[in-house]
Design a protein around this ligand. Sequence first.
Ligand SMILES: Cc1ncc(COP(=O)(O)O)c(C=O)c1O
Length: 388
Amino acid sequence: MRYDFDTPVGRRGTASIKWDYSKRFTGLEELLPLWVADMDFPACTEVIEALKRRAEHGVFGYTLEPESYYRAVIDWMQRRHGWEIRRGWMVAAPGVVPSLNLALFAYSQPGDGIIIQPPVYYPFKESIVNNERRVVENPLRLEGDRYSMDYEQLEEAIDENTRLLILCNPHNPVARVWSQPELERLVEICKQRGIIILSDEIHHDLIMPTHRHTPTASLSKEAAAATVTLTSATKTFNLAGLGCSLVIASNAQLRKRYQNTQKRIWTGIANAFSAVASEAAYRHGESWLGQVLDYVQGNYEFLTDFLGSRLPRARVIPLEGTYLAWVDLRFLGLSDEQLKERILKQAGIWLDDGPMFGTGGEGFQRINLACPRSTLEQALEAMVRVLV
Ligand SMILES: Cc1ncc(COP(=O)(O)O)c(C=O)c1O
């Protein structure tokens, strides 16, 4: 079936973080939001039908993820990513960020160093700080419009108290899909220095046609032994409000440590709807996903054309993966406060400010492309008006 992503679906009044809480988060009302990473598109029909069937049953007692859900995940990873995983490697979790925090408890002590590669998804740093671990930064390098990992700097940053590296693969917000050689080099360093890799692969299915996702743990035996993968169907299929994710570790010792930590806070019970939705998405959502990716690619082209003619010195970083465009506005010579004043307050457009993502984010804005093209156009028109 053909999906219509052009027609806006009103989300106000659904307790949507993106649409309903601007007053709480910014002090302003009625903003046009293209910030937090969810889509303004309805989920695929089969997911909606599966949720209706579950709701109509009417009994919502204690639930565990069914084996058919794990089977659907195994098939998906094999089919889409060529990654052979086993049922016994998977541990269900209520979300990638909760499991990231649990992994910090499982694999490190207060004061231990945890590496992140900013600019990066800001809960990485927050999780480290909130849990009294030490943030070790290995900022990405930007040459031209291409970001890369700085391996020499990484080697220097690691000391005897560094335990973990949180990898964003693909990388939000710089939209890189890390290649096999890039990941191999990273794994090599981490292996030599005894660093566990927490590979956040929540964006793994949001890959533009010219690229291919490599699951870090799929690279080699050594990579699998050093990696704990955090993943979910929620980003791919726009199910974030249902809360559901997986921790995948073939290394039995690492898995056990994670499970023991999880037991301590009792997150083992499932939400009655989330696995139903994720399973339906993995089984029936491929065509919907293909259409979303085409639409996002179209929005990315619209964005580059629009800025190319109306704000030609703005630099859009090539979108290899995710649906989040990373736009360099440093040529304007404005401070981040001034940028925010103009885009948020004057134009009423709510984007994610670059500095939220840490070192290297200054002067950038992140624009969520998973919206109807008319919404994107409206936001860009308003934004350009206050910037030229
Ligand atoms: C890299 C990354 N990890 C995790 C999440 C959120 O994961 P969850 O909703 O499962 O906690 C996001 C959401 O944008 C993300 O971009």
